[in-house]
Design a protein around this ligand. Structure first.
Ligand SMILES: NC(=O)C1=CN([C@@H]2O[C@H](COP(=O)(O)OP(=O)(O)OC[C@H]3O[C@@H](n4cnc5c(N)ncnc54)[C@H](OP(=O)(O)O)[C@@H]3O)[C@@H](O)[C@H]2O)C=CC1
Ligand SMILES: O=C1CO[C@H](CO)[C@@H](O)[C@@H]1O
Length: 387
């Protein structure tokens, strides 16, 4: 392949000093794509990427640039946006800082690729989607959970008709996040402050929305109970603070087609399952339990017939009734896989489903979840549109 046949796309990467921006987007995605010589398009040509690192700390950016041999970095977002060599604006900032930066990037005519949630309210999320449509710029929103090996195996099971009619989905997500006093917390403290854009509902419900709508059906309503189980936490500097944002949410979702999904999200649960997230899907013909990587199934022909008897200890080994689903595929890092698809769609000008409107639906579910919890009632989700 000749060099001249490779198009280089400049990407403004804002928030690379953060956990997601650095690890998943810069190192595991953009630098990995660059190192492999870009991606190949159907016509045999190649597209590669060139990042400019953006943030508010010159020292952090200079260190990252030096560590990875990256030529360009700046603390001046406006200057980067004004420079036509950078075609895509990618945002991994704290949630609170996102919408204003994306607004500027759209005004500068850049294509957008962003972490979730896309904004702090549905109104703002829709506003961004509308601005992008009017400006005619392509948009993409991270849908990483769909690319997890376990969820890809689940998709394969669904597509094969394994479940028959899907009845219900039970999700358990979570792990113990330390309070920060006697062991440092393993998540940033802003996650536990509503005033700083935190809360497990705004963090996880956008994920649950695209997982449900892409695998099972659109979410029609939500009933959620949020809880601040642990109010006393200690921040990155060891200073005590009061957690104002929920650290757990217990949600019931009605999906199109009558499927009922129930998903618990918690940073205050000790793990007693195989993986940090697990979904059990029950259908008329079979059931599956999938996690980040694993997936196991039980067909109706292999389903035992338990009879409840409180007088007798049950010796049946229920775990043994499940069969492991084989990998049968090579699963790339999900963030990188989605970046590759987005870049191909950007260059080819094809429709991209995981756009700012899809992101707005995720924000809608989070907002409705918070409303449901505050009002103690089920909240319906009207279809969103840009018109
Ligand atoms: N898809 C997924 O699985 C996940 C997605 N996320 C999402 O990614 C985003 C970032 O989360 P995470 O990486 O955990 O957060 P971090 O706190 O690790 O990183 C936040 C980034 O935002 C920058 N920043 C912080 N405050 C401001 C501000 N006021 N103005 C401008 N920049 C600011 C930080 O810069 P500095 O270094 O200078 O402080 C840093 O680069 C969130 O929106 C979150 O919802 C998070 C986790 C997983
Ligand atoms: O968005 C997210 C998805 O899953 C991750 C695992 O806890 C979280 O870190 C996160 O904030």
């Amino acid at each position: 392949m000749s060099e001249t046949n490779t198009r280089e796309i400049g990407i403004i990467m804002n928030g690379v000093s953060g956990r997601m921006g650095y690890r998943q987007h810069l190192v595991r995605s953009i630098l990995a794509i660059r190192e492999q010589g870009g991606i190949e398009l159907p016509d045999g040509s190649r597209v590669t990427v060139k990042p400019i690192l953006v943030g508010r700390s010159a020292q952090k950016l200079a260190e990252l640039a030096a560590k990875h041999g990256i030529e360009d970095w700046t603390t001046d977002l406006d200057a980067a946006l004004a420079d036509p060599q950078w075609e895509i604006y990618a945002d991994f900032l704290v949630t609170k800082a996102r919408a204003s930066a994306i607004r500027k990037a759209i005004a500068a005519g850049k294509a957008i690729y962003t972490e979730k949630p896309t904004a702090e309210s549905v109104e703002e999320a829709l506003e961004l989607a509308r601005l992008a449509r009017t400006a005619g710029v392509k948009t993409g929103v991270v849908h990483d959970k769909l690319y997890l090996p376990g969820l890809q195996k689940l998709k394969r099971l669904i597509d094969s008709g394994f479940f028959g009619r899907i009845l219900s989905v039970r999700g358990e997500f979570g792990y113990w996040v330390f309070e920060g006093d006697w062991q440092p917390a393993q998540r940033p403290s802003w996650n536990y402050r509503t005033e700083d854009g935190g809360g497990i509902i705004s963090d996880m419900f956008p994920h649950w929305n695209y997982v449900m709508e892409n695998l099972f059906g659109e979410v029609k309503s939500v009933y959620a109970q949020a809880a601040v189980h642990i109010a006393d936490r200690w921040d990155e500097n060891g200073e005590p603070y009061t957690a104002t944002a929920e650290d757990a949410a217990y949600g019931i979702f009605e999906l199109e087609g009558g499927i009922v999904a129930e998903i618990n999200s918690s940073w205050t649960v000790r793990v007693n399952r195989d993986e940090l997230v697990e979904f059990q899907v029950d259908g008329t013909h079979g059931s599956a339990v999938v996690g980040l990587f694993g997936a196991k199934i039980q067909h109706r022909n292999a389903t035992p017939k338990p009879v409840w008897n409180p007088d007798l200890a049950d010796a049946h080994d229920y775990d043994a009734d499940w069969a492991e689903v084989p990998v049968n595929d090579v699963f790339l890092n999900g963030f990188r896989q989605q970046w590759e698809e987005y870049l191909a769609s950007y260059v080819l000008g094809t429709d991209y489903a995981f756009d700012l409107l899809a992101g707005a639906r995720g924000v809608q579910l989070a907002e409705a979840g918070l409303q449901s919890s505050a009002e103690g009632r089920k909240v319906a989700l009207p279809a969103l549109s840009l018109d």
